[in-house]
Design a protein around this ligand. Structure first.
Ligand SMILES: C=C(OP(=O)(O)O)C(=O)O
Ligand SMILES: [Mg+2]
Length: 563
């Protein structure tokens, strides 16, 4: 941590909130608790297509600007890489190498000379040609499309003399303001210099929310009017979901509401009531990260993440290998593998349904398997083999289940494949309301709060404009969760939560109090949730849950659950 942010934390411990609001607050969705106030740094917007005119007066001189600009971009990225580590460092080094690659500059120079284009436009067109070729190559190459476009935008910005898109290098602790943050925006982000994250768009399951919780910094998303706000400093309240102009001359303050971060690795309340803490994974790297973070197992393996760019159905053997690699770090430990959840926000090329007017309400998840049971059976065969190969204690569950009848159909197929434990996700309100009957048909359930909120509130989970409805602290959602917790208690069968709600250390206490038996989340949240559970007794969780349930809105529920 820098000395400046050390100073910021020291100030925060005694005077948090003292510089709050010199103006009217804006409201959004609180996604990561804590308060912070400090100078604003804006994340530059994506660049549009640069103009093809005016034609340069001296094409040779215009073309000669490209190589030095590429070198300058590469040098800046290399410098950033020096102070980064891990995956961020790798991303920055790779991007720098792409910027320095003479192939792009040479192509662009040709376009300036032959088509008399401004250098910025020539770079844009040349990069698009590379991007198209990479996309056509598919697989790993296609994943590089985003990188080449990133290099393109940096180079165009350099040539136009404007700020490059993405997060600028932070020189002192700042409140980061953006339309939304993409995963690439956050590579190289120095958490010690980010006081808070605030976005105009995004929702509780957005990348910004996940990142902020992982870093333990306050965040508010879906703040309408944020980008139009002309403020040099902001006070951010990650509990109340408010953002207000602050006095830029006032000292930087921070006060996070994070609980203790020490955790002994066994998910349980202080009086020993077990609530297992699992990891959500979609790749072998995620699985390793979850194991390293101390996850007791995997509560959600999103198998579709292995095949988002697969042009055709992977063979049983290919699937076996991919799943074994993900299961490997969890030998002897529980892992819940979810069968393909294709459709809506996660289309798979080989399982695309007919074009639908409302894909989120259409043939997705398990519904695809009703038409294509052969695909499900091949996947189950691969999962059963991977379970044997890896020695993990594998259970399988289905996504998008609406009725007990569907749950029973799925469980029969899982057992026929030689897999002992079958469960389903509860992410449709009808399934929550019939949780008891569903639990009678399967061995366990796991609640997908991301989709359960989307379907309960009829609010697209990807749309910032309706993000307030998708807040997992909404009493309407909490009451459905109580229903599921009651069904788990009545049947004595496990009911976990694997949606983003499980990653909120304070909401975790409410979930435990409602009777949910395990919580599964992205690796960075594991320790904070484990520590939060360990800090209270089950009776305290029940009191907190009752208080949150009785609230009339999410802010009141959060406040009621605060201790
Ligand atoms: C965990 C869930 O599944 P996904 O986010 O993959 O749809 C959910 O819906 O909460
Ligand atoms: Mg879901």
């Amino acid at each position: 941590m820098s000395s400046e942010s050390d100073a910021a934390s020291a100030v925060g411990s005694t005077s948090a909130g003292s510089s709050v609001s010199a103006g009217q607050p804006l409201t959004g969705v609180a996604v990561s608790p804590g308060r912070a106030s400090g100078p604003v740094v804006r994340v530059a917007e994506a660049l549009g297509e640069p103009a093809a005119t005016p034609a340069p007066a001296d094409p040779a001189a215009e073309a000669a600007r490209i190589a030095p600009a590429a070198q300058a971009v590469a040098a800046r990225l290399e410098k950033q890489a020096e102070s980064a580590s891990g995956e961020a460092e790798t991303i920055l080094i790779t991007t720098a190498a792409m910027a320095a690659d003479p192939a792009l500059a040479t192509q662009a120079e040709q376009l300036v000379k032959t088509q008399n284009l401004p250098a910025s436009r020539a770079v844009y067109q040349a990069a698009e040609k590379f991007a198209e070729a990479l996309a056509a190559a598919g697989g790993y190459m296609a994943e590089r499309v985003r990188d080449i476009r990133d290099v393109r935008d940096r180079l165009v910005a350099e040539l136009l003399g404007i700020d490059p898109p993405g997060v600028p290098e932070l020189t002192s602790p700042s409140v980061l303001v953006a339309r939304d943050l993409a995963p690439a925006d956050t590579a190289g982000l120095d958490p010690a210099k980010v006081l808070a994250l605030v976005t105009e768009e995004g929702g509780p399951t957005s990348h910004t929310a996940i990142l902020a919780r992982a870093l333990g910094i306050p965040a508010v998303v879906a703040v309408r009017g944020l980008l139009a706000l002309d403020a040099a400093a902001l006070a951010v309240d990650g509990d109340a979901g408010t953002v207000a102009p602050a006095d830029p001359a006032a000292p930087i303050v921070t006060a996070t509401a994070l609980g203790p971060v020490e955790w002994n690795g066994t998910g349980a309340t202080a009086d020993g009531h077990r609530v297992k803490v699992y990891g959500n994974v979609g790749s072998a790297a995620d699985a390793q990260a979850a194991a390293d973070a101390g996850a007791e197992g995997v509560g959600l393996f999103r198998t579709e993440f292995c095949y988002l760019d697969a042009p055709s159905e992977p063979s049983v053997e290919e699937q076996r290998k991919a799943y074994t690699a993900v299961l490997a770090p969890f030998r002897g430990k529980p892992v819940i593998v979810r069968t393909l959840d294709a459709g809506a926000d996660k289309p798979l090329a080989f399982l695309s349904p007919e074009a639908e007017p409302n894909p989120a309400l259409g043939v997705r998840g398990l519904r695809i398997a009703f038409d294509r049971p052969d695909v499900l059976d091949r996947q189950l065969e691969a999962i059963a083999s991977a379970a044997r190969d890896s020695g993990a204690e594998v259970s399988v569950m289905a996504p998008m289940v609406a009725t007990a009848e569907e749950a029973s159909w799925f469980a029969d197929r899982v057992r026929a494949a030689g897999i002992a434990r079958a469960g389903v996700m509860i992410e449709i309100p009808a399934a929550a309301l019939t949780a008891r009957e569903i639990l009678d048909a399967v061995d366990f359930v796991s609640v997908g709060t991301n989709d359960l909120a989307q379907y309960t509130f009829a609010a697209d989970r990807q749309l910032g404009a309706v993000a307030k409805l998708n807040d997992p602290w909404q009493p309407g959602l909490l009451r459905l969760l109580r229903f599921i917790g009651d069904a788990a208690k009545a049947t004595g069968k496990p009911a976990g939560v694997c949606g983003e709600a499980a990653a909120d250390p304070r909401l975790a206490l409410v979930l435990a109090g409602l009777g949910l038996t395990s919580l599964s989340m992205n690796a960075p949240a594991v320790r904070a949730v484990g520590a939060s559970l360990a800090s209270v007794t089950l009776a305290e969780c029940e009191t907190i849950a009752a208080a949150a349930l009785a609230a009339t809105d999410p802010a009141a529920a959060r406040a009621a659950a605060a201790r």
